[in-house]
Design a protein around this ligand. Structure first.
Ligand code: B16
Ligand code: MG
Length: 216
């Protein structure tokens, strides 16, 4: 029985992938690293350090240099986040969160991002969440199941009673490893491993997921 919904952030609640792209691109251009939108797709749902490693493509740098590059990129990203507002919530998601709250189903976040809390504040969604799991909550990031298990623990719900909403392959793998059912958002080649698949957030159908009669 579904007692909690656990949401990924980037690509599910809001589309910050473009802002990550702009910030990584600026840093990469300054450093002479090759970076394009195709590589950016590989960064979906993975941690900041794992993202940098993908951009470096095997090039070795010191830990101090890696820290400096990630700090610089995050500075650019934070500048871009300043323009974020409630109008940047992806279609249908605000209503879905309201509906879950009204039904008494717990709502939690499980994001790889260390910026998840300020992002939820800017989107005006913080009051609709019962718990937040983010890039600060656990040591091992997706595809490890840790952030989902952490979020379930925060709302006090058994992992088998949690449904996750994810847009990334790494996130779907992590949620399944946590023993949870997963709703995938995006193209089938990316989210085909999910239990329910929707091309877009506006197509997500709660009644269908909950197995209710008369689901459209
Ligand atoms: P930050 P999610 C992920 O968010 C992004 O998809 C990924 O591109 C990013 O590298 C990661 O957060 C870390 O973000 O640099 O803000 O800590 O999809 O897990 O909500
Ligand atoms: Mg995501």
């Amino acid at each position: 029985m579904c007692k909690a919904f656990i949401f990924d952030l980037d690509g599910v609640i809001t589309d910050t992938a473009e802002l990550h792209y702009q910030a990584w691109l600026k840093m990469s251009n300054e450093e002479g690293y090759y970076f394009d939108r195709e590589i950016n797709e590989q960064l979906r749902g993975v941690s900041r350090r794992a993202s940098l490693n993908i951009i470096l493509a095997g090039q070795a740098i010191s830990d101090d240099k890696a820290d400096e590059l990630m700090t610089r990129k995050n500075g650019y990203y934070l500048q871009l986040l300043e323009t974020l507002s409630p109008s940047d919530v992806l279609p249908g998601m605000h209503n879905l969160l309201l509906e879950l709250n009204a039904r008494g189903i717990k709502v939690a976040l499980a994001s790889a991002s260390k910026n998840a809390r300020p992002i939820l504040h800017k989107l005006g969604l913080m009051p609709l969440f019962d718990a937040i799991g983010d890039g600060w909550s656990v040591a091992r990031s997706k595809p490890a199941p840790d952030v989902f298990i952490h979020a379930a623990g925060q709302v006090g719900i058994n992992v088998h009673d949690c449904i996750v909403v994810e847009d990334a392959e790494a996130g779907i793998e992590a949620a399944k490893a946590a023993g949870m059912q997963v709703v995938g958002i995006g193209p089938m080649q990316r989210i085909g491993a999910a239990h329910w698949c929707f091309a877009d957030t506006c197509e997500l159908n709660l009644a269908q997921i909950l197995g209710e009669r008369n689901a459209a």
